[in-house]
Every structure is written in C-alpha cells, then in structure tokens.
Write a protein that binds this ligand. Structure first.
Ligand SMILES: [Fe+2]
Ligand SMILES: [Fe+2]
Length: 462
C-alpha cells in the first residue's frame, strides 16, 4: 500500500529556539493564570468568578502540557521565561489594572488573542514531521485559548453598552496592543505573520537569532491588598451582625425552606473558596508546581460549585439569590502571609466537616423524597474529598522536616476556629464559650505530633 504523506521537512525553529519559545508561552500561561486568579476576589460578578475558575485551571493545564514538551526538547520542565524584560513589565502593567473592563480587555482582547496567534503561527512554521508533538499541542492550546477569547468578547459586549463605554474599551485595547507590539510580543521576536503567501519568505527561512539574556531578568510579585471580604455584586452582601442571620432560621431545617437556607449560605462558601484559591495562586508563585496544579483544580471545582449551588437555590428551592448575608469570620484568613495557614482551617477542618454535613444533607433529603437535592449533595461531597486531601498531603509534605511548624498551625487554627464558633454561637443565640475551638482536629495532624499527644488521631476526611 503506498504511503501518502504530503508534509515536507523543514521548519523555522531549531530544537533550542523551539524550547525557548515554549518557555516564553509557559511564562504567559502562568501569568494569565495568576492574573485572573488574583483578580477573582475583586471581580464582583459571580459569572466572572465562575468562569475565571474554569480558565485558571485551563491555563494551569496548558502550562503543564508545555512542561511535558519542554522536557522532551531537552529543557527543564519548570522552564518559564519572559522573552524580554519589557514583556514582563507589560504583564505587571496589566496585573495592576483595576477596572473590570480594562482587565477583561487586556486579557481577552490583547494577551490571549496574541497567544493564540503565536501558537497557530508556531504550529504552521515548525517542522511538521520532526516536531509533530509541538504542532499537536499548540493546536490544542490555541483552540482552548480561542474559546476563552470568545467568552471575553461576549462579556465585554455585555459590559460596554453605550458608544462611550465601547470607545473607552477600544482605547484601552489600543494602548495595551501598542505596548505589546513595542516589546516584540511573547517571543520578543516581533509580531510574526506568515500569511503573505505571494511574498517569498526564503530569505527569512530561519527565525532570527535571539538576544542573549543574562540571569536575573525583571521579576515582579503579585500582591493583593487585604480586604474584609471578597467583592461581590448586589444583591449579595456580608454582615458581622448576628441578628442579620435570623433570615436563615427555619422551623424545620430539613424542609425545602431549611435546605434553601443551607444552600444559600453554602453559595457564599463556594464564592470565597473560588476566590481564595485564585488569590493563593497569584500570591505564592514559589509553591511546588504540583501543588499549584491542585489549587487550580480546586478553583475550578469551586467555580462549578458556584454554578451548581446558585442553580439549586433558584430552580430547586425557590430562593431569590442574595436574600441573606454571609459572615466575615472566614475571609480574614486569606490575608495571612503563610499559605499553609490559609488552607489549614479551611481545607483541613471546614471542608473535612463539610464532607459530613453534605452526607447528612443527602440522607435527610433522600428521606424526604428530595431526590435532586440528595444527588447534588452527593456530588458536592465527592469533590470535597479531593480538597481535604490537597491540604492533608501538602501540609504534611511541607512541614515534614519541622513538626513544630505543624503544631503551630494547629495552635493558630484552633484560635481561628474559636472566632468562627463564637460568632456562630452568638448567631444561634447560644452562650459563647471560652474553650471554643480547643478540641478541633485537623486532617494534617500526625500521630507523633505534640498537638495530638494523648488524643485519638482519627480525623474526618483523612
Ligand atoms: Fe465547594
Ligand atoms: Fe471544596
């Protein structure tokens, strides 16, 4: 049988140039992941938060797939490098934008379209036979990026209704595009195109040599100003007044009304967890990459939970979103400088408890014939297991050499839990206790830990 392969040998990139480009793309994928992750808690629209959760995980996966190819091309898996300092400065400029529209314009109308076109160009210009894995990878990433761009376009069309707003958005776009072109784009090689088929490209068959970059190129850190709570759109709201929570009282907590109150409060938890995962990704770039992949995955899960829980409240439980508030006793932990503190109470205690809570919801809902509620509770419960395990495994791994640090987390965590329990007691009209939080267990505790001496080490969700 004749073999038919119409591809020709010859591409523009050496192995070295190829891997340098992939390292440049990986840098931008990680920048995009961190930017939208870090912005998430200051973006009021729930629809934006939820989509950012999907996109953050897409960028994390893209960076991971690029790692794989980088390794195959003799580079380090962790390679990520801005082609020029000017490109890194452009990323910082975009990160510091603070209006929703400007941020969306910068990412979805400038940076991601540029990344998509760089991928398509690279896939077309590289050797189709010897570099086939890169071709396949970049076409896949281009398709994913294109879907993000399409989403961004639709959202921006919705947010810029008046001619003035549209003009302003275009001005922001033109400004950022000019900066992008001036710094030579993601590869630093200028904005490349290959579509002038009537123009022979023979003279430029190989891509130009790169300017050598020394070590210690321009770096910046993404810091978020501490807030009392994430920014949410009306009618969602936060309150520190226990009386405001009376709206969630029901005579029968397992009635439809009771479930409505439970799910409505859970919705805020999903929002905060989506937001806090994104914030961690932005603020702690030095955590192990595998851990960051898991954080990004959790952000996606929580974003899906926003969608699921909001829909349950509205469609299954007849609730109007925003009818009740959410407390301030959780978010402050996300302003802590230690990343392990941020997940100690939330993942290793609260989400572990949530596994029991959701199981109970499923059982009670089943008993009342609320099949849909039971099914959804079961799916949410299954996801929690991964979130608890993330913290259990990583806190243990990162404190392996230093058990006293683990005890420290327990001590700090118990005080944090006391704050939560005391607020809940005041909300429920109960007596505030001095010993609140004192017996709280965390899934990352290990049998030999000082904080567990004399106690049974069985912890929920472990
Ligand atoms: Fe969740
Ligand atoms: Fe969760």
């Amino acid at each position: 049988m004749p073999v038919v392969d119409r591809r020709e040998f010859g591409g523009r990139f050496s192995v070295k140039e190829n891997s340098q480009r992939l390292a440049n793309y990986r840098y931008l994928e990680i920048q995009l992941m961190e930017m939208i992750g870090g912005w998430c808690h200051t973006m009021p629209q729930l629809a934006v938060k939820a989509t950012f959760g999907y996109h953050v995980y897409d960028h994390a996966q893209a960076a991971d797939l690029l790692s794989e190819r980088l390794e195959q091309l003799r580079a380090a898996r962790t390679s990520q490098e801005p082609a020029t300092d000017a490109f890194a400065e452009l990323c910082e400029y975009v990160w510091l934008l603070d209006s929703t529209i400007d941020r969306l314009v910068a990412v979805y109308r400038v940076l991601e379209p540029h990344l998509v076109s760089s991928y398509v160009y690279h896939a077309d210009a590289t050797d189709p036979l010897s570099d086939a894995p890169t071709v396949r990878l970049l076409r896949q990433l281009a398709a994913m990026g294109q879907s993000h761009v399409a989403w961004g376009q639709a959202v921006l069309d919705g947010l810029t209704r008046s001619p003035d707003e549209r003009r302003r958005a275009l001005e922001v776009q033109a400004d950022i595009e000019a900066r992008l072109v001036a710094c030579g784009g993601v590869t630093g090689q200028g904005i490349e195109s290959h579509w002038l088929t009537f123009h022979s490209a023979k003279e430029e068959e190989k891509s130009p040599a790169r300017v050598k970059r020394g070590r210690g190129g321009y770096k910046f850190r993404k810091q978020c100003a501490p807030l009392d709570h994430p920014v949410v759109e009306a009618p969602f709201w936060f309150s520190g007044d226990p009386d405001d929570f009376k709206v969630y009282q029901a005579d029968d907590e397992w009635s439809l009304e009771g479930f409505r109150h439970k799910f409505h409060q859970l919705l805020y938890g999903e929002v905060e967890t989506t937001d806090r995962m994104g914030k961690m990704l932005a603020e702690f770039p030095d955590l192990p990459w595998e851990m960051r992949m898991e954080l990004a995955h959790q952000m996606w899960d929580e974003a899906r939970h926003i969608e699921i829980v909001a829909k349950v409240v509205e469609d299954e439980l007849g609730g109007e979103l925003g009818y009740g508030p959410w407390t301030l006793v959780w978010w402050w932990m996300q302003n802590e400088a230690d990343p392990l503190r941020r997940i100690a109470v939330t993942n290793s205690w609260a989400e572990a408890n949530l596994m029991h809570t959701l199981r109970e919801w499923r059982e009670k809902a089943e008993a009342r014939g609320l099949t849909r509620i039971a099914e959804l509770s079961d799916y949410l419960q299954a996801d929690e297991r991964t979130h608890v395990r993330l913290a259990t495994d990583w806190i243990r791994a990162l404190t392996e050499e230093d058990p006293s640090k683990r005890d420290d987390l327990v001590h700090w965590g118990r005080e944090a839990i006391a704050r939560i329990q005391n607020f809940n007691a005041r909300r429920d009209g109960e007596i505030v206790t001095k010993t609140a939080g004192a017996d709280a267990r965390f899934t990352f505790q290990k049998p030999g830990d000082a904080s567990l001496v004399g106690a049974v080490a069985e912890v929920a969700g472990d």
